[in-house]
Design a protein around this ligand. Structure first.
Ligand SMILES: Cc1cc2nc3c(=O)[nH]c(=O)nc-3n(C[C@H](O)[C@H](O)[C@H](O)COP(=O)(O)OP(=O)(O)OC[C@H]3O[C@@H](n4cnc5c(N)ncnc54)[C@H](O)[C@@H]3O)c2cc1C
Length: 306
């Protein structure tokens, strides 16, 4: 119930204006977002790298409706990759991108061309790109784009969502040598026809998918904050004899930073998903939705208004 409230709040432009202009908002957003500019993203990436953490940077874009917006997003990524290289942050820093931000809903072919340009910039910078997973109506198109990009850029990462019923099959298909696959629970609200609805069923699917990826030939990227699933991830890495560099854990910036440090200290590769950009409001609401205790944060924002 609270989760749906915050997911609805993520789409409310009135609440967006209220939260964005409230004095305490920036401080709260800073917990989950590097900042609004690439400069800030580079600064935070440097700090994480100094703590022994790898990074995947996400330029926050809520809704790309025009070709001009899509071109701006492409250019931002290309420029960011150049700056990561010149700052010596690659290969530990890579980028994550959403095909919708590159115009997938307006012109699929154009979005692929943009993704290709970003992969080429990543290759030039000595790093990689991971294609974020979005709602289930885009899964086939995103996986097709992935396979096309991998023809030229084999290190392009895929994301599979354990809550989708199809995902075990996708894990099998993508468990090939060198295939980088991020496994997460799935952030989108999906119908029962395509997705498991109970938390228990999603967790069970996550473990089945994890077993396929860890026993396969690819490079699993275990993206969760769930203590039980992280423990199972650690166990499977041992069981399938994977050494450091043959899998990684991924967590969101600002979420369970102590766990990020613990995993890194234990010798695991840990990558932090680091969002930045001016359109941080929707992302912040979705993070708070995952943690109902976040209700207090929004109350603080609203009562801080003069
Ligand atoms: C690196 C990364 C990349 C992702 N990429 C995608 C993607 O491309 N597509 C997609 O659909 N989804 C993506 N997700 C989101 C994912 O699908 C889940 O919605 C999200 O991670 C919450 O699920 P969870 O596995 O952490 O488990 P949950 O069941 O949500 O949380 C388990 C436990 O983690 C802790 N926790 C969770 N959230 C918070 C928080 N905000 N603050 C403090 N503690 C918290 C709590 O202890 C909680 O009980 C990504 C997640 C990560 C970590």
């Amino acid at each position: 119930m609270l989760r749906s409230l915050f997911i609805a709040a993520a789409g409310s432009s009135r609440l967006e204006r209220l939260v964005e202009s409230a004095p305490v908002s920036k401080g709260i957003a800073r917990r989950f977002v590097a900042g609004s500019s690439a400069d800030e993203a580079l600064r935070v990436s440097r700090g994480l790298a100094d703590d022994g953490l790898a990074v995947t940077l996400d330029h926050l874009v809520e809704d790309t409706r025009t070709i001009e917006q899509a071109v701006t997003v492409r250019d931002e990524y290309v420029s960011l990759l150049g700056r990561l290289k010149h700052s010596g942050l690659t290969p530990a820093a890579e980028v994550s991108l959403k095909l919708s931000a590159l115009g997938q809903r307006i012109d699929e072919k154009l979005a692929r061309e943009h993704a290709h340009a970003i992969c080429a910039a990543a290759a030039e910078a000595g790093t990689s790109v991971t294609l974020d997973a979005e709602d289930h109506t885009t899964t086939d198109a995103t996986l097709e784009t992935l396979l096309e990009l991998r023809g030229e850029f084999p290190n392009t990462g895929a994301v599979l969502q354990a809550h989708l019923r199809r995902t075990e099959g996708d894990c099998r298909e993508l468990s090939t040598a060198g295939s980088r696959v991020r496994l997460c629970k799935g952030a989108y609200s999906e119908p029962e026809s395509v997705a498991f609805q109970s938390a228990l069923d999603v967790d069970k699917s996550f473990v089945r998918c994890l077993n396929i990826l860890m026993s396969g030939e690819g490079y699993p990227m275990v993206a969760t904050h769930d203590p039980r699933l992280i423990a199972i991830g650690e166990d499977r890495a041992r069981w399938f004899d994977r050494s450091t560099g043959e899998y990684e854990f991924q967590l969101l910036y600002g979420v369970r930073p102590d766990e990020q440090a613990r995993l890194a200290a234990g010798g695991h590769t840990v990558r932090v998903y680091l969002p930045y950009g001016q359109q941080w409001y929707g992302y912040l609401m979705r993070r708070i939705a995952e943690r109902p205790a976040g209700m207090g944060l929004v109350a603080k924002v609203v009562t801080s208004r003069k």
